[in-house]
Design a protein around this ligand. Structure first.
Ligand SMILES: [Fe+2]
Length: 399
């Protein structure tokens, strides 16, 4: 298994000199978006599903409005993007999910959100309020077939908005292209204000106007009365919580591991079916691993909130193992990155799992972790830092 790989577990921690080799732009504090909220905008723009040729810009206005994005790049005049379906521009709404398409790979764009409240919406007469704009932000599309990639992975934030700044500040001198939120960002879903206060506000203040984040569903995001609306606040490939994509030399597989208890557990009230969710993903993944893009990537990484090992013997973890592990081991998965257990650890390949399993830390101060990962075509390196900055895990793969 994975004979072509040389797994190096570096328990004796070496100084980190390789991080500077990545050409992606470091996210320094001075690059943070302006934290001041513009009047009329409840949430500043945040980027979702950024690809070499497209991106979703999301934002929330204070009142029902007609909104659009203005964007431009060097040598290209200002253009406009808006939501349209069946000939109708989306309007008289607050939550905006505007896709910009036909972008060029590896190019930097400037953009801002624009909006005007609809003060009268009669059948034959519309009246608008004053036009308002956010400040200008910028983002860079990933290059097609980029030779390197870097990212930051957080997990189990559990309704702790201040954790974003404290954890990201530990890696703000390192390059990263996107942030992966690997499940249980919340305890359960209550309403929109919770999503704003505990996720969107801190992330837009820190990075999300310039760099995308990926919302990985954990078992706690399946809970609460607002769980069905939760998905509306993010943009996913094919509008699914599970998806895969190639960025840099890595083929990324993101899974939705569902709940941790059996579907017939009383706390779920008879209205969940996560066995089916996992089994559907197993069939989907069995097809994905047969694609040339998967097979030919330098590395194959699985991001899944509940780890298939080192996670106890409740139904959810065991069903993840039953459904996914045979696919992982038969198809050269190089690394699984999880959370959920609140016990950080780097578990190298062993008799149980022939691939490393990295698990991020817990939800309390003193146990939180941030994972920084970067890879080029010959070396993938991951470090896990505790929230006091101490390095508590490290893993390197070489081709
Ligand atoms: Fe969890």
């Amino acid at each position: 298994m994975n004979n072509r790989r040389n797994f190096l577990k570096q328990v004796s921690l070496l100084s980190v000199t390789a991080v500077a080799a990545n050409a992606t732009t470091p996210l320094l504090a001075k690059d943070f978006g302006n934290s001041s909220q513009k009047p009329g905008f409840a949430v500043s723009p945040y980027l979702q599903h950024l690809t070499p040729t497209s991106v979703y810009v999301m934002f929330i206005t204070d009142s029902a409005a007609y909104s659009w994005i203005e964007y431009e790049s060097e040598g290209v005049d200002k253009q406009i993007a808006y939501m349209e379906e069946d000939g109708l521009h989306a309007a008289y709404i607050k939550l905006n999910k505007i896709q910009i398409v036909n972008l060029q790979p590896g190019k930097t764009y400037r953009y801002r959100a624009c909006s005007k409240a609809i003060t009268l919406f009669d059948p034959y007469k519309l009246e608008y309020g004053e036009e308002i704009q956010t400040e200008w932000y910028s983002f860079t599309t990933p290059a097609t077939n980029a030779s390197q990639v870097s990212c930051v992975i957080l997990n189990d934030v559990h309704d702790s908005p201040t954790a974003f700044e404290s954890l990201l500040s530990l890696v703000d001198n390192r390059p990263y292209e996107f942030v992966m939120l690997n499940g249980d960002t919340f305890d359960y879903q209550t309403d929109e204000q919770q999503i704003i206060d505990h996720l969107l506000a801190p992330c837009t203040q820190l990075f999300a106007g310039q760099k995308s984040f990926i919302m990985v569903r954990g078992n706690h995001e399946t809970r609460g009365k607002f769980r069905r609306e939760f998905k509306n606040y993010f943009a996913f490939p094919d509008d699914r919580y599970h998806f895969s994509y190639k960025q840099g030399p890595i083929y990324w597989v993101v899974l939705d591991t569902g709940e941790d208890k059996p579907d017939d557990h009383p706390v779920y009230g008879g209205i969940v079916d996560f066995d089916a969710v996992r089994e559907r993903q197993g069939k989907w993944l069995s097809a994905i691993v047969n694609t040339d893009e998967y097979k030919e990537a330098a590395y194959r990484i699985v991001i899944m909130h509940i780890p298939p090992f080192h996670s106890g013997e409740w139904h959810g973890p065991m069903h993840c193992r039953e459904v996914f592990d045979p696919i992982f081991r038969a198809n050269n998965v190089d690394l699984v990155i999880s959370g959920h257990t609140h016990r950080h650890g780097v578990h190298p390949p062993d008799a149980d799992h022939p691939y490393p399993v990295v698990i991020g830390g817990g939800s309390k101060d003193g146990s939180r972790t941030v994972i920084h990962l970067e890879a080029n075509e010959t070396r993938l390196h991951l470090e896990m830092l505790l929230d006091d900055g101490k390095k508590v895990g490290e893993y390197t793969l070489t081709v």
